[in-house]
Design a protein around this ligand. Structure first.
Ligand code: 5GP
Ligand code: ZN
Length: 114
């Protein structure tokens, strides 16, 4: 989608600190990190939000969730764990309308979220 920040990051039109990519997805560090480890995993396909995903996107979402865990471990979170967050819509405080998984680690997270 032409005016989507994350589509532009995937296309290399906006610079990012990439940590992973394959045919389906792309991961890069969040520009405003909320923890020592904070990166985003996004599908190459422009899906607006988790709740806009279609049934056919299921295998892609499954691959992304698995990869999120794998990448968190590779980023040093294997021993102490990590937080995986998908904000969705206005109540979910989603600010970029391209589906993304936040992966946060390197510190103790709070619960419940604010
Ligand atoms: P949301 O609030 O939609 O769940 O998360 C969007 C995230 O994208 C925020 O944590 C924000 O810091 C990050 N972000 C927004 N614009 C950019 C950008 O241009 N580059 C990078 N690396 N992260 C961004
Ligand atoms: Zn997009």
């Amino acid at each position: 989608m032409s005016d989507c920040i994350f589509c532009k990051i995937i296309a290399g039109e906006i610079p990012s600190e990439k940590i992973y990519e394959d045919d389906d997805m792309f991961a890069f560090r969040d520009i405003t990190p909320q923890a020592p480890v904070h990166f985003l995993l996004v599908p190459r396909k422009h899906i607006t939000s988790l709740m806009a995903a279609e049934k056919g996107d299921g295998p892609l979402l499954g691959k992304m969730l698995y990869k999120a865990g794998e990448l968190a471990a590779a980023q040093g979170c294997s021993e102490k764990g990590a937080r995986f967050v998908v904000n969705c819509g206005s109540d979910g405080n989603q600010t970029v309308d391209h589906l993304h998984i936040h992966i946060l680690g390197g510190r103790m997270m709070m619960w419940p979220p604010g």
